[in-house]
Design a protein around this ligand. Structure first.
Ligand SMILES: NC(=O)c1ccc[n+]([C@@H]2O[C@H](COP(=O)([O-])OP(=O)(O)OC[C@H]3O[C@@H](n4cnc5c(N)ncnc54)[C@H](OP(=O)(O)O)[C@@H]3O)[C@@H](O)[C@H]2O)c1
Length: 424
């Protein structure tokens, strides 16, 4: 029974995080169900028979961030596996001269929707774009859209955020904290709200040695941070950032942690859950193995290695690479909505969506697995024969960077200049 599987999925997972150093070395933990062959089996069946699909039957769902990496896969999986969903309203802002309707039509031409387009394209007509922007008061929604969403929607997924690590605090506050508060305010007006699922990050509390599925206290309240971000100029903010962030490396991690606080304090009594993925990477199986949205994080590492450009990296070979396939994140988001909506647990549930110690993959494993693959299937744009190695000593790595990255770059630039080409 899929219901029993899901019950096991949500209750038997070990979700404890052991951080053994700075952020990139931490080791969050989660085990996904394994099928008979030891592979991952999606907890949501295709077709219309699972309890998750049953939960979404006739529901109206509201999603933010569908044009992003996680949002695209979430939307695709919801439509494909929960086909009796009534309407999916997606919040989109106008961008690059395109209105939300045009953006959505373009989104559906992405490869990630190719399976859906082929198998059941009419499902795409259930998706309705809503013109809005999380950086604006009341999400920039029209009064009629606000009223309609408040009346119709019963499940909310909030995935929109700025994920830039170098974002100034002001912008992170507006998008990640105020944006979350605004989606929460809208959700409070939803008379049928059954589940509000917020996408956070496993690194919100990367300043801690262990990260359990709880929200930890902060030294400064979110409202105080919002207030100072409003009146202080960026230079003043910069000077107090290290103290505020309390060991976290970026405004991204900090603002995501404070957004969790906003939900916990201002959303009490609501059916709320926070899902914290680690580093989201290419799909394991769905909608197609290996699908990834552009060049970011882990895919940058693979691409640069494949091109032969990346020759050295400061990595402790035994440390865990906490990459989480995007389809597993989407599945956990959907099953969390089902769990919250059907079980109505007390308080805010937190799920660390991480691999860590149980399904451990170390950098050494990545090296051993990826090296033969990039050699066998070389990139179309190989610059040098792929090679190089991880370094576990900072000085060793610095020297290797100078020799194998900087020096060749100068040589190429000089040659380009000599032959009249553009230099970087
Ligand atoms: N990717 C990861 O490795 C990772 C890991 C852990 C947690 N997460 C969390 O997962 C969530 C999704 O991340 P992602 O990787 O999908 O990010 P992404 O690809 O950068 O997508 C961000 C999404 O947020 C939307 N957005 C940004 N500013 C907006 C605004 N002002 N109004 C409306 N929408 C806005 C973007 O829409 P536009 O197209 O309009 O810009 C886009 O749809 C985030 O909450 C992130 O913190 C991601």
């Amino acid at each position: 029974m899929i219901g029993e599987d899901l019950q096991k999925f949500s209750e038997s997972r070990v979700m404890r995080t052991i951080a053994i150093g700075p952020c990139h070395e931490q080791q969050p933990v989660m085990s996904a169900d394994r099928d008979d062959e030891g592979g991952y089996s999606s907890p949501i069946e295709e077709g219309d028979t699972s309890q998750v699909s049953e939960f979404f039957k006739d529901r109206c769902v509201f999603i933010t961030g569908v044009s992003g990496f996680v949002g695209k896969v979430l939307l695709e999986k919801l439509l494909r596996s929960c086909q009796r969903v009534r309407t999916v309203y997606v919040l989109m802002r106008p961008k690059d001269g395109q209105e939300p309707r045009q953006r959505l039509d373009q989104l559906f031409t992405c490869q990630v929707f190719s399976r859906l387009r082929k198998e059941n394209s009419r499902l795409l007509t259930r998706v309705v774009p809503i013109n809005g922007d999380i950086s604006l008061p009341e999400l920039g929604l029209s009064q009629s859209d606000t009223n309609m969403l408040a009346k119709q929607v019963s499940v909310v997924f909030h995935s929109a955020a700025t994920v830039r690590f170098d974002e100034p605090l002001k912008k992170s506050v507006v998008l990640n904290m105020l944006g979350t508060r605004r989606v929460l305010e809208l959700s409070k007006r939803m008379s049928k709200l059954a589940a509000f699922i917020h996408v956070s990050t496993a690194y919100s509390y990367c300043n801690r040695m262990e990260i359990d599925e709880i929200i930890y206290p902060e030294n400064v309240s979110p409202q105080k941070v919002i207030d100072i971000a409003e009146w202080m100029d960026e230079t003043m903010l910069e000077s107090i950032l290290p103290k505020l962030m309390d060991g976290r490396p970026t405004t991204y991690h900090y603002s995501k942690a404070l957004a969790e606080h906003i939900l916990a304090t201002e959303g009490s009594g609501l059916p709320l859950a926070i899902v914290r993925p680690s580093i989201v990477t290419a799909a394991f199986k769905e909608p197609m193995p290996g699908w990834v949205d552009g060049v970011n994080g882990p895919s940058t590492f693979i691409i640069m290695t494949g091109k032969g450009l990346l020759r050295t990296m400061l990595v402790y070979k035994g440390s865990v690479v906490d990459w989480m396939p995007v389809d597993m994140v989407a599945n956990l988001l959907l099953t969390t909505a089902w769990h919250i909506g059907t079980h109505r647990p007390d308080g805010v549930k937190v799920y660390n969506c991480t691999s860590g110690d149980l399904n451990k993959v170390t950098w050494l494993d990545i090296h051993r697995t990826a090296t033969p693959i990039v050699n066998r299937f070389p990139s179309l744009h190989v610059t040098r024969y792929p090679g190089g190695s991880f370094k576990s000593h900072p000085l060793h790595n610095k020297i290797a960077i100078k020799l194998f990255h900087t020096l060749p770059a100068y040589v190429v630039d000089t040659l380009a200049w000599v032959f009249g080409h553009k230099t970087e």
